[in-house]
Ligand binder design. Structure first.
Ligand code: FE2
Ligand code: FE2
Length: 281
């Protein structure tokens, strides 16, 4: 607890040891399930820099934050995301040792975010950030529930994702509350969520295909069968239901109570072993 009785907001400065020889199959030996995570990581550094810059546009203006969001929470969000993006740069460099073409894809990702910034208004950038924070929190929740990582996943990669997931659930409401508090319309965040489904899902699928192809697994019947099982799984069903919940007028990120997951993983010895320093915001 802080001096004013508010919960402590932690920023965990972590550093993960990633084994490049496991880059393609670190998730329990499954190339497909490792490359899905690897593809997601590719989008994160530039995406999280965009999120931080977007919220900063609000906080930089005197009185810019609405009631219900404190500057302490906004700073906390920025600091957590800044550590994430640094770790995912290292992660992506590790993956690129095995898949050098990823360096070109990372340049594409960087340019695409510059284009998004040029083509959007402050309001739509905030809507897009709130949208992607929701998508991230879905993936984070499933990860901390033990539904995306294999028991025998490589410790460095798996713990990085658990650490990131923990902090995503912790700060899941900050941008959403900012967007809502500023009175911005439901319509824009619905449009952004629909756009994310089309554009981000397509980009992720294309990158996964490229990564699988580079591993010579694109034609593997076993991998296609595994993909089919993943798409028909209860985990995919849960993700889909949580995705659609965002379109509801009454939606709020806290509709799903993640406090047990946050308490459990906040005290996890595995995560703590990679954290060099925890700072209370
Ligand atoms: Fe993050
Ligand atoms: Fe986030």
């Amino acid at each position: 607890m802080s001096d004013d009785g508010a919960p402590t907001l932690w920023v965990r400065d972590a550093k993960f040891a990633l084994d490049a020889t496991r880059a393609a199959d670190w998730n329990g030996g499954s190339v497909l399930q490792s490359q899905v995570f690897n593809a997601l990581s590719t989008f994160l550094p530039a995406g999280e820099a965009f999120f931080v810059a977007t919220l900063k546009e609000v906080t930089d203006r005197a009185g810019g934050l609405p009631d219900g969001v404190t500057s302490r929470e906004a700073d906390w969000f920025a600091r957590q995301e800044s550590v994430h993006l640094r770790q995912h740069r290292d992660y992506n460099a590790c993956i690129a040792l095995r898949h050098p073409f990823l360096l070109g894809f990372l340049r594409y990702v960087d340019r695409s975010w510059v284009l998004v910034r040029a083509l959007t208004t402050k309001q739509s950038r905030l809507a897009l950030t709130a949208t992607l924070e929701h998508v991230t929190s879905i993936f984070a929740r499933l990860t901390l529930q033990g539904r995306t990582l294999h028991e025998d996943a490589d410790c460095g990669f798996a713990t990085l994702w658990r650490w990131h997931s923990l902090e995503e659930l912790e700060h899941k409401s900050v941008v959403f509350d900012t967007y809502q508090g500023l009175g911005y319309p439901l319509r824009i965040r619905r449009i952004m969520m629909f756009s994310v489904l089309i554009i981000f899902a397509t980009e992720t699928a294309v990158l996964c295909a490229l990564l699988m192809s580079h591993e010579r697994r694109l034609g593997s019947k076993a991998s296609w069968a595994e993909l089919w099982r993943m798409l028909r799984s209860k985990t995919a069903g849960a993700a889909w239901r949580q995705y659609w919940a965002f379109f509801s007028r009454d939606f709020h990120p806290t509709d799903i109570d993640d406090s047990d997951l946050i308490a459990k993983w906040g005290a996890d010895a595995g995560i703590r072993s990679f954290v060099r320093r925890s700072v209370a915001q």
